[in-house]
Design a protein around this ligand. Structure first.
Ligand SMILES: [Zn+2]
Length: 499
């Protein structure tokens, strides 16, 4: 069998930040055997793939993914693969289904070691790196309780983290606006962070506040990182709600200052100003701390009215909130129902608190500012989506993050820098070995794409979800997807344990 492949005729962009330059890549047994000048490799025994007019880059790494279960459901993972993504970091925002007992159809696992084995038996098209999610392990140990863990429970939480690290988790994550993470005091998180002290494992956090208490939340995150490895990744960095847009200057100063003090600090961001989260996240205090609120609302008309009234003056722009499943925004849904936006919103919370809704709550100028920072990498905050089911698609970030991030960074800083932030930078942040750079001996996860045409038109209203400009995606030297034979998707992705 021919195990040697030569990518020729294109420009090699190696992921280090260097601009693309004419060159060839020789692949052997799944790895990059050599990188050379045009015409350097002339072996007759090798398969030659013409990449004329294209950029040959390392496969993109999605720093912020939520794909552990969906990868089992849709192993093709086309929504990521077609953007050029070859590796996803799953288990963000405190949720990692792989690190607690779980089940999908016939497939069952007890912990990350079990999930990893299962994933290798049922490979997806993309590789998987896992973070151990605090919400998942806290729920497994103490349910959705709102008090502090006792000594035995804290020991059990630490044990779960240590087991996940032993099974190759790259670090751990929190989601401090979600249940039950929002009930965790800083001291609990510091005690857990201590399990990473002296290691290369990263603390990844969806901050306790991304708006009104943003600075306090950043201080808390740094305190937690200080109790651990001092390696910290801020998830989907932003300043939400118009009244907090001005905080961007001080936010960036705080993060730069932490970096200057020696924190290995980075962030990820999707290139959109809409967030996407559970509808129950709109609830103001005290409703936001009540796990059983939807059931109570179903039983009480008065409570429904009370919640609707509390939603008036919500800092999110509720009328523009897109409910993908219903194909409209809240103002449209309310108009069709002859009701107010707040009452429709309260009804959706009651019917399904985990309904995904996209809120326009960010500033386009701040987005540009964040994407300019050289320590910000691309993270979709999305899972694997079925491309042919528009009702499922939801936020366009699921299919457009990488092309749009590339366009935005490329416009200011060039192709080399845009590629670096989607490849070698996330590989360093998460400690992913032998990937993210085109270098001799590295694994041949590669993307061949047209830098002019790489883009996405995806939106909320039925726009074409398919990104343009990607020609070929290779995982471990094998073609996982090729524009010339788009339906043939190869599943060569593995679980990548981090030592
Ligand atoms: Zn999040």
């Amino acid at each position: 069998m021919n195990e040697r492949t030569i990518l020729c005729g294109g420009k090699v962009c190696d992921g280090t930040g260097a601009e693309p330059a004419p060159g060839e890549v020789l692949i052997e047994a799944g790895r990059i055997a050599a990188v050379g000048d045009p015409g350097a490799f002339s072996e007759a025994a090798a398969e030659r793939i013409d990449c004329s007019g294209k950029v040959i880059s390392p496969g993109f790494i999605d720093a912020h993914s939520h794909g552990e279960i969906r990868k089992l459901k849709y192993p093709d993972n086309r929504s990521k693969l077609l953007q050029g993504v070859t590796t996803e970091v799953d288990g963000n925002c405190g949720e990692s289904a792989s690190c607690v007992p779980g089940k999908f159809g016939e497939l069952c696992w007890r912990d990350l070691a079990g999930y990893a084995m299962l994933l290798d038996e049922h490979p997806a098209s993309t590789n998987t790196v896992v973070l151990c999610g605090h919400n998942s392990i806290r729920r497994a140990v103490m349910g959705d309780r709102d008090d502090a863990p006792d000594a035995r429970e804290l020991a059990a939480l630490r044990k779960r983290l240590e087991d996940a690290f032993a099974a190759g988790a790259a670090g751990w994550s929190t989601g401090l606006t979600y249940f039950p993470g929002k009930f965790a005091a800083t001291e609990e998180l510091e005690a857990l962070a201590a399990t990473t002290r002296g290691s290369g494992r990263v603390y990844v956090t969806h901050l306790r506040s991304e708006g009104d208490q943003l600075f306090e939340a950043v201080d808390e995150a740094l305190r937690i990182a200080r109790a651990g490895s001092r390696r910290i990744q801020i998830s989907h960095l932003k300043t939400i709600f118009a009244r907090n847009f001005h905080k961007i200057d001080r936010l960036m100063e705080m993060l730069e200052a932490a970096r200057a003090k020696g924190y290995f600090l980075h962030a990820d961001r999707y290139p959109y100003i809409y967030s996407s989260t559970y509808i129950r996240q709109v609830l103001p205090p005290p409703y936001d701390r009540e796990v059983g609120l939807p059931a109570k609302m179903r039983a009480s008309q008065a409570l429904r009215e009370e919640v609707a009234a509390a939603l008036r003056g919500n800092p999110r722009d509720l009328p523009s909130a897109e409910v993908a499943r219903l194909g409209d925004d809240l103002s449209g849904i309310a108009a069709a129902a002859g009701d107010t936006v707040e009452r429709v919103c309260a009804r959706l919370v009651m019917e399904n608190p985990e309904e995904h809704v996209a809120f326009r709550c960010m500033s386009p100028d701040n987005l540009k500012r964040i994407l300019r920072a050289p320590w910000v990498c691309a993270g979709s905050d999305a899972t694997s989506m079925q491309l042919d089911d528009p009702g499922e698609l939801g936020h366009p970030r699921a299919v457009g993050t990488f092309p749009r991030f590339f366009r935005a960074v490329c416009a200011g800083s060039g192709v080399g820098e845009a590629v670096r932030r989607m490849t070698s930078l996330p590989a360093r942040i998460f400690g992913i070995p032998d990937r993210g750079t085109i270098r001799r001996g590295y694994v041949a996860d590669l993307v061949v794409f047209d830098a002019e045409r790489f883009d996405s038109a995806a939106g909320f209203h039925g726009e074409d979800p398919l990104p343009t400009g990607v020609d070929r995606v290779m995982v471990a030297g094998k073609t996982a997807w090729c524009a010339a034979a788009p339906e043939r998707i190869g599943r060569f992705g593995r679980y990548l344990p981090i030592s």
